[in-house]
Design a protein around this ligand. Sequence first.
Ligand code: C2E
Ligand code: MG
Ligand code: MG
Ligand code: MG
Length: 287
Amino acid sequence: RAKASGGKHYAFYAADLATRAEQHLRIENGLQRGLLRGEFVLHYQPQVDAASGRIVGVEALLRWQPEGEAMVSPADFVPLAEETGLIVPIGDWVLEAALRQQARFAKLTGGAPPRMSVNMSARQFRERDVAANVERLLRETGCEPSWLTLEITESVLMENPAAAAEAMARLAAMGIHLAVDDFGTGYSSLANLKRFPIHCLKIDRSFVSDIAGNDSIDDGDAAIVKAVIALAQSMKLEVIAEGVESAAQVDFLGAHGCHRMQGFYFSRPLTAELVEMLLKEQAQPTT
Ligand code: C2E
Ligand code: MG
Ligand code: MG
Ligand code: MG
């Protein structure tokens, strides 16, 4: 009996693997086709100075709209794109599209657009000369380096740190800012913060979501958020909280010295057209 059920279990497992493999292949082909057909689009989520309410940055977030299907969230395809290496050509597309849009935001704001944050995968640092690529794209789109922030995860700092350090030093020397995304969820050591030319820490949404606003405030997460803000301040780094959803979270973060925030409380990721409208409004002198 045990043997029979064991065999059955194995059969299930194998079937599962086959469907998973098929599904992966289907998505991989879909992504490749999507690149050729122009099925990717960027949405932009405002980052605000909570004290003034002004939009000080926007984060470009990738969306995939396969023909005749529902919009696909990056959480559902970026990990696979990273595994297969497709994130490299997709990332090239993202950088170029974000900088083209930034040139339009710059025009609207008289040459002072909010900083554009672009998510970079570790593979882009491994397989591309990131600094040369970015430099060329800035030139082609007419963007200033100081209009761009690259968001990296702790994995970039961990894998191949020597090469990453060199690329980051070149980017920083150009005036591009580097932000560590999802800070606190990875395994990088604090020593890395000193070793790399980092400008900004992004406090991960998972810590922010439990600091306040729920009936049960998570003391552990509140302590982590306070510690990250204090760390950033003592190292003279900017700090921004992501995933801010409630007034109570805004109050908590503000009280502890984190004034830059991003989250549904302020705005969901928006189309470029909607951000353009907000920037035009923001440019109106308030009397
Ligand atoms: P991330 O870079 O940490 O981006 C923040 C994610 O949190 C976004 O999800 C955003 O829509 C979501 N978010 C923002 N505010 C709130 C909030 O108040 N509440 C909740 N529940 N969520 C909020 P999204 O757009 O689905 O992106 C997921 C992840 O996919 C990103 O996490 C990033 O790691 C990755 N990603 C997105 N675009 C790109 C890209 O162009 N290149 C690469 N390599 N990765 C990307
Ligand atoms: Mg990000
Ligand atoms: Mg993040
Ligand atoms: Mg995150």
